[in-house]
Design a binder for this molecule. Structure first.
Ligand SMILES: [Cu+2]
Length: 152
């Protein structure tokens, strides 16, 4: 009887140790993020994303830094990207670069006002080529504010 109890205890200890290891290695959102900076428009108010080709890989944590240096608001919108990632959070940065708001939950598009900066933290979980990146403000897509997101 005593041996059976001891064996059961050992099994429980081994199992809990295994679970802890699995959590630490498995939490993909706990990685150091890879920063990818994208400008929405420019100082001359051109209707474009820079860069307009974004390449990502599944399983890595990204911090997509969206900055708008122009005089007009712009959207960063890609339904394909939104459906292919797990969002950890979005952050809004103040003029001094410090975080002033954090948003948790599903994100499908982000509007950044003139001079503003926002971050979208996510882990791509699905591969694909998404050519639906655009700014949804009237006339901006037509004016060339489009791009392609590739997830390998
Ligand atoms: Cu725009």
């Amino acid at each position: 009887m005593k041996i059976r109890v001891l064996f059961r205890t050992l099994v429980m200890v081994a199992a809990s140790a295994g679970v802890q290891t699995a959590f630490a290695a498995g939490d993909l959102t706990a990685q150091t993020p890879i920063e990818v900076k994208v400008l929405l428009g420019d100082h001359a108010n051109a209707l474009r994303f820079s860069p307009d080709r974004i390449e990502l890989e599944t399983g890595k944590l990204y911090k997509l830094l969206l900055h708008n240096p122009s005089d007009m608001a712009h959207y960063f919108s890609s339904e394909g990207l939104a459906r292919a990632v797990f969002t950890r959070k979005a952050q809004v940065l103040g003029p001094d670069g410090k975080t002033i708001a954090e948003v948790k939950g599903l994100i499908s598009e982000i509007e950044v006002y003139p001079g503003g900066t926002a971050e979208w933290w996510f882990v791509p979980v699905k591969t694909g080529v998404f050519s639906d990146l655009k700014c949804t403000i009237k006339g901006h897509t037509e004016g060339g504010m489009v791009g392609i997101v590739t997830i390998k």
